[in-house]
Design a protein around this ligand. Sequence first.
Ligand SMILES: N[C@@H](CCC(=O)N[C@@H](CS)C(=O)NCC(=O)O)C(=O)O
Length: 274
Amino acid sequence: MLDVTASLARKGGLSLHFKPTRVEFRNLVRSIMLKSCSNLPILYSLQHCPYAMRARLGILLAQQSVLIRAVVTNNKPAEMLAISPKGTVPVLIINHIEGSEAQHQPGALVDERIIDASIIDESIDIMLWALKRNDPQNLLRAEDPVHLESMLELIRKNDKEFKSRLEVYKLAKRFHKESEVKDRQDCEVFIAALEKRLERHHNLMGDQDSLVDYALLPFVRQFARVDRKWYLQSPYPKCRDWLNRHLQMPLYTKAMAKYPLWLECHEAFLLGKN
Ligand SMILES: N[C@@H](CCC(=O)N[C@@H](CS)C(=O)NCC(=O)O)C(=O)O
């Protein structure tokens, strides 16, 4: 087995600029999996990151099991940066054995026949990977691809427009900037659109929960926490109900469990069914 650290040392250490060849990449991932002593996928996760929360929710909703490696942004593990040089969290490693994914059973020992692996380093893709394996609540609305596309469209809007406005608003609040009200109003365009949807039905895409409810939840939660006092009397009562309902689910508490940092204890923790 190739030792990751030795291989990387030869490359001059790990950095965001490290670009492994296909073979090095495969050996690197194989080495990470074999060292993990488990066939379970590995999820690099960040406690309060809304994208990582979304990924953990997806995994729990799909009743999948993964090993969580808790990280912080100012000290990311070298091996994570090597397999996903863009350096964002979450990152999921899935191994494959002879053309198929490994049996992801908790307790199953790592298989020496691991021949390949996939890296998923976009939170929505982690949700989709998990729910395509198992979707007991039909959150993907499997019978209707058009419905899935409109969910993804709203999620893209959240990630591309709302999230950046939210960051500006959070900073304005934190540093008592004069622009705070205006920055909040920029966010409210998206929140008002969600409120309109929730006036029509119980959840964002109909009465039943769907992918989009869980994908957006962590971001709306952040918005609600910037100025709690304002939020509690804001003209978005449906949004408040929707958020409260989801935050009160045991699933949410499970997704928010706190784990010791991987780089401090080198221990990964089981998330999912056990
Ligand atoms: N598009 C990515 C975005 C993930 C992302 O930006 N995560 C943040 C943490 S919330 C991050 O890792 N930022 C890099 C950094 O802070 O160094 C996804 O959906 O997974």
